[in-house]
Structure formats: C-alpha cells, structure tokens
Design a protein around this ligand. Structure first.
Ligand code: MLT
Length: 309
C-alpha cells in the first residue's frame, strides 16, 4: 500500500468514512447546510460522511483542528464567512490562515442575514426596533455564536450602523442561540436565514428585515432593510467546504464534483431553497472561485473589524 503513488490513491479515494468537521453546535445554519449537502455527497462518493460538531471560539477552535488534520481527504471542514475571513482581523493570534492552510473545495450556499427578535420584544417594525435599541442600549442584549461568527460580525456591523453597543451574549452556535431567542432569554440576533425560516413561519420569533437587496422567496412578508428604512445594513454570509493544505488535487477535484452534483440534485436544491439559502451559480462552484471569495472576503472585512485580543 505504501508504494501506491498519490494519483493511484486518488483513483481509489475514498476507501473509508470521511469526517466533516462543523465548527458550531448541531442544529445551526452551518450544521444544517453541511448535513443537507454531505448527505448527497456520501451517495456520490460511496462512503459515509460523519459530521463532527466541534465548538468554541467563534468556530476557530474547530478550524484550527481541521488545518492540522492529515491532508488525505478524510478530514474536511464546513467553514464560513466567519471562520475563513472575519477571523483573520479579529484574532491576531489565529493559529491558521484561511488561504495558506486550506485547499478550497467548494461553495455550498449563500445565507442572507436577518434581524430577528424574541416574539414579545415591544418594537413592531424595524424603525421602532432602531429607536428601541438606541433608547435601551445598556439593557438590550444580542445573542451570537462567539467572536468572529457570522452572527457576531453581522450584528457588529448593524450596531456600528446604528451607533450602539448593546450587550453580546455568546453561544456555541446560533442553534442554541435560537433556542434562547425562542425562550425569550435574549432580545435579538442577526442570524443566517437557514436557522430562522421555520421559527418565523411558526411564529416563535419576530423578523424585522432581511439584509439583502431583494426579499427572500422563503419569507415573502419580511421586508428588506432598504424597504424597512435601513439601507446601510446589507449582509449575506456563505458556507463552504475546505480541506487541509496539501490535500491531493485529484481528491479535491473528486470532492468538488460531489459538491456540484449535490447542488444540482432536485431534493437538495428544494431543501436549501425552502430554508432561504442561495444556491451558488455554476461559475461560483469551482475550488478556484472559492479561493477568490476567501481572498476578497478577508480584504473586505479586515478594515472593518477590530481585533479583540
Ligand atoms: C452556526 O452554525 O451556529 C452559525 O453558522 C454560527 C454563526 O456563525 O453565527
């Protein structure tokens, strides 16, 4: 076996289970997207893909572990705008670099950001919410998934647009943060749409606006931030698969082909669209396109975000 060359290994890859690290708690947007897409990829690859939720430090604990894993295609990570871009300016001592320590595999989904609140928060619409947060800045709190997570970065952006500094309440993912919002234990949250559609439609939380140019088809009654009077707040995140640096190109190509096949599958598309996510266009699905996205996102967030340590 040791005499097999790398291309020969790639021809037979995968011969055993693959571990997909998810850097946040189960039931959150990254976990949900990873499970939808890898469920289909496993059929294409003929092997089980085991999801391992590794939480902590806004996703950077898990991402460090993935960066240090063997680069043989058997350990992958579903990262996102936080772990693979915003973390760079926020954590000056970050133990990995998204570009230098990973091979981009493929973009899974775009995830519009919503401004959400517990259902009994008094404001009825976004204008009232803005006035309420400004008037109660020292009392209201915003749930998030740790420094550098999408929910943290999005609400930091919102807070800077509003000129407020409410209290942040960190969780190990917006799955548990959403549970706290539903239970009325926290006031508001800026979350990826995937986590929120079932709750909004079930009436367990409020949605003030979606921070994209157009309304989302999964939530036709939720206004855009522009319609609701806050055009300066625009935010959409993304989730994508990465492999440790040095993973053989043939293995990356096989994984990317499996991602593309999943994104073309009717049942996968239906599920992703029902949850409000945006399915990447063909040109955005290559490893090179993901590499460019990461580079551009680091350049975009670096001047905006201030280090926390
Ligand atoms: C999660 O899956 O919990 C999220 O992606 C967390 C976040 O980044 O806000």
């Amino acid at each position: 076996l040791a005499l097999l060359s790398a291309p020969a290994q790639a021809q037979t890859y995968p011969t055993r289970n693959i571990t997909m690290i998810v850097p946040f708690a189960a039931g959150g947007p990254t976990d949900v997207i990873a499970r939808i897409v890898t469920g289909h990829m496993a059929q294409t690859l003929g092997q089980t893909i085991i999801i391992e939720n590794v939480v902590g430090a806004g996703g950077t604990t898990a991402t460090t572990r993935a960066a240090r894993a063997a680069n043989d295609g058997y350990t992958l990570i579903t990262g996102h705008m936080g772990t693979h871009a915003a973390s760079v300016p926020l954590y000056p001592k970050l133990a990995y670099h998204p570009e230098k320590d990973f091979e981009p595999v493929g973009l899974l989904a775009g995830t519009p950001i919503l401004i959400l609140a517990r259902k009994d928060l008094p404001p009825k619409d976004l204008k009232e919410f803005i006035a309420y947060v400004k008037a109660n800045e020292t009392k209201v709190n915003a749930a998030h998934a740790g420094v550098g997570s999408v929910s943290n970065v999005s609400c930091e952006l919102l807070n800077s647009v509003l000129g407020v500094k409410p209290i942040g309440v960190p969780f190990n993912g917006t799955g548990p943060a959403m549970n706290a919002l539903v239970a009325g234990q926290v006031d508001y949250m800026c979350d990826q749409i995937v986590n929120a559609v079932p709750q909004i439609n079930g009436g367990t939380i409020k949605a003030y606006a979606v921070a994209t140019a157009e309304r989302n088809p999964s939530l036709p009654d939720v206004p855009t931030t522009t319609e609701a009077g806050l055009p300066a707040f625009q935010a959409q995140a993304w989730n994508a698969i990465f492999a440790p640096k040095g993973t053989p190109p043939d293995v990356v190509a096989k994984l990317n082909a499996a991602v593309i096949k999943a994104l073309d599958d009717e049942a996968v598309r239906k599920r992703l669209l029902e949850l409000g996510s945006v399915i990447p266009a063909s040109a955005d699905r290559t490893p090179a396109a993901l590499g460019t996205l990461v580079k551009n996102e680091i350049a975009k967030w670096t001047p905006v975000l201030k280090p926390v340590n």
